[in-house]
Design a protein around this ligand. Structure first.
Ligand code: XIL
Length: 371
């Protein structure tokens, strides 16, 4: 209960506050985006995009991580749980449980989830490649795509149906990766996967996800040309692709982005009527200085330069980082970690403190905030 004495003390404090605030009235107000409690998702929303990150059930058990994740992310993408290696360990038996757990976490915390990935040449169960190559059975694609897409119909904001099928170094004229999928079925397997996904979930945003188009080297020029060529061809054939997922794995000390080339590429994606999603952003800090501050700054700078370009792109819908904290980078046995070099490539450090990258991202979102 408030006694009179309390009231008087309160009134005195109030009077003191008024006089202080009058005396600093001329000082510029701290802009609202500087309020510490606002996470990256809230700041991204100011720039009219959604922000999220890849995570996994084992990470969310860590209390400090979970708190940071809840503060920064409005969207989850499973790092492992939706890969076929996790979903269909035994042929024909799909285990939705780990992924459903992530979805339940997302829903309980007012977050969205996106899906990653149905068809890839990596992260497959041991039995799959041989079965595909020996039987050439198309239902190994269509049944899986149909079952998973049906299960998650109406529950995901978007879905990476096909992952990383462009590989100009493989030497094919069409730029496609010479994977076991391609060897078994020829290029039509890609179309098949998208048609199966669309039939199972007509409203789902279907994404083609890949890397190779971010940076400025000549090999990236070849990636960009092959990617645009693939997407144009697919759309002309009526393949239901709604968005291009640009992974956004960058390098702090290696090849940098070329803002002009990247802008042109994003414009081409927009012109095709596709959405753009940055699906796996992080900045590899290997190969440079051993000075931690120099590394952290280089990571932050590379991230800001990249986001500054893609945030200008009309088609940009969402940005995700691949993980949120340096604590969990590629769980067991990352090769650099084995040699004592701990990567520092994400917005939160191993103790969940905001890194320079976090601040660079916040600043870039603010810079692109809609007025
Ligand atoms: C990676 C995970 O981070 C690893 O832990 C896993 O062993 C393999 O997959 N491109 C992608 C992601 O599309 O799925 C990859 O994630 C990173 C590269």
């Amino acid at each position: 209960m408030l006694t009179r004495r309390h009231f008087c003390t309160g009134a005195a404090t109030f009077a003191a506050l008024v006089s202080v605030s009058t005396s600093i009235a001329a000082a510029p107000l701290r802009p609202s985006f500087d309020t510490d409690a606002r996470g990256l998702a809230a700041r991204a929303r100011d720039a009219r995009i959604r922000f999220g990150a890849a995570t996994a059930n084992y990470q969310l058990k860590d209390k400090a991580f979970r708190a940071a994740f809840l503060q920064d992310a409005a969207l989850i993408v499973p790092e492992y749980e939706m890969k076929r290696s996790a979903m269909e360990k035994t042929r024909g038996q799909i285990d939705f449980e780990p992924c459903d757990d992530l979805l339940a976490f997302a829903r309980a915390n007012n977050m969205a989830m996106r899906g990653h990935t149905l068809l890839w040449h990596r992260a497959n169960p041991d039995w799959l490649e041989e079965a595909v190559l020996t039987t050439r059975d198309e239902t190994l694609i269509t049944d899986y795509v149909t079952k998973v897409t049906t299960h998650y119909r109406g529950k995901l904001t978007s879905l990476d149906v096909v992952n990383e099928v462009i590989a100009p170094p493989d030497g094919r004229k069409d730029g496609l990766r010479n994977s076991f999928w391609l060897k078994a079925f020829g290029p039509s397997y890609i179309d098949m996967a998208y048609h199966a996904a669309r039939a199972a979930a007509p409203d789902m945003m279907l994404v083609y996800n890949d890397w190779g188009c971010e940076q400025g080297a000549p090999e990236n020029d070849r990636f960009r040309a092959a990617t645009l060529n693939f997407l144009e061809g697919a759309l002309a054939r009526g393949v239901p692709i709604d968005a291009y997922g640009m992974q956004g794995h960058l390098s702090a000390f290696g090849t940098q982005i070329d803002a002009y080339k990247l802008r042109k590429f994003c414009d081409a994606i927009t012109a095709m009527g596709l959405k753009l999603i940055i699906t796996e952003h992080d900045v590899d800090d290997s190969g440079g200085s051993s000075d931690l501050d120099v590394r952290d700054r280089a990571v932050a700078d590379a991230s800001a330069r990249f986001l500054d370009v893609v945030l200008d792109c009309k088609a940009l819908d969402t940005v995700l980082t691949w993980g949120l904290s340096n604590k969990f980078i590629d769980a067991p046995g990352w090769k650099a970690r084995l040699s004592g070099y701990w990567p520092r490539k994400l917005p939160r450090d191993s103790n969940m403190a905001k890194t320079q990258m976090w601040h660079a991202m916040a600043k870039t979102f603010a810079h692109h905030a809609a007025n």
